[in-house]
Design a protein around this ligand. Structure first.
Ligand code: FE2
Length: 257
């Protein structure tokens, strides 16, 4: 048994005879697709790659627990609810994000929850206990950093305590500190395989702009407010000195864009 889904000219989703309004949804292009009855959604909440207390003392178990079990899980649950019974339901998460990027209304709502689900999985993998300066970039990633940023971390400061020649790590810190409002700071490779540091607002992701993400830091307040209140820099120092997973970034740097 199967259920046919089609979008008619009035933007209604027809499911086995029942018509559900998704007015002006932009859910177009699926007229030839058919979902198998009972087919399982591909959208899941991946397990955390470590225990909830593994990032202490820099990120508390309470923060990780709420961040993962409430925020991340909430985006996944919202997304599953929004796409239930639509062709998005059996689509890989990245494809959902690409197909809804830059749209409005319902596709925008789907995009926000899908991208936040993907971003958070990537964020958990971008952190690791015993990382940061204990396992700094090496090999090919370090070559990219030296080629495109001069050096990873220059300890030289002037008599005012200011960085004389900010290196890659300092520029990453500055980008994360300076991002206004909720968002993400990313290390990416562009189409010319040049290393860049970028920030995105809200749920936006680099790969919809042709950029390959290597690692990310969540700078939404929910990532640090329980531990540091409004002091984002304290969170960033803990992450960049102790948790950022350069091995994960290095692995991603070797993948094709
Ligand atoms: Fe978050």
């Amino acid at each position: 048994m199967s259920l046919s889904h089609s979008i008619n000219r009035r933007n209604f989703l027809r499911i086995s005879g029942a018509t559900v309004a998704v007015a002006a949804s932009g859910l177009t292009g699926f007229s030839s697709q058919v979902l198998a009855f009972g087919q399982q959604s591909t959208i899941i909440l991946p397990a955390l790659p470590y225990a909830e207390n593994a990032l202490e003392p820099y990120i508390s178990a309470k923060t990780v627990s709420i961040h993962y079990n409430k925020h991340h899980a909430g985006y996944v649950a919202n997304l599953r609810s929004l796409i239930a019974g639509t062709p998005y339901d059996v689509m890989p998460l990245k494809d959902i994000i690409k197909r809804t990027a830059g749209k409005s209304l319902l596709p925008k709502l789907i995009f926000n929850n899908a991208a936040q689900a993907w971003n958070h999985s990537f964020y958990w993998d971008s952190l690791k206990p015993g990382a940061g300066d204990k396992a700094p970039p090496s090999g090919y990633l370090l070559k990219l950093i030296r080629r495109d940023f001069g050096h990873f971390s220059n300890p030289t400061k002037n008599n005012k305590g200011e960085w004389i020649k900010p290196g890659f790590k300092q520029k990453l810190f500055d980008a994360a500190k300076g991002h206004f409002g909720s968002g993400w700071v990313w290390v990416v490779l562009n189409k010319q395989r040049k290393l860049e540091i970028i920030t995105t607002s809200n749920a936006d992701v680099p790969f919809t702009q042709g950029l390959k993400p290597l690692c990310v830091i969540d700078v939404w307040e929910h990532a640090y407010y329980l531990d540091h209140q409004n002091k984002r820099v304290d969170y960033l120092n803990g992450v960049l000195d102790n948790l950022i997973n350069w091995d994960f970034a290095a692995k991603n740097s070797l993948a094709k864009i």
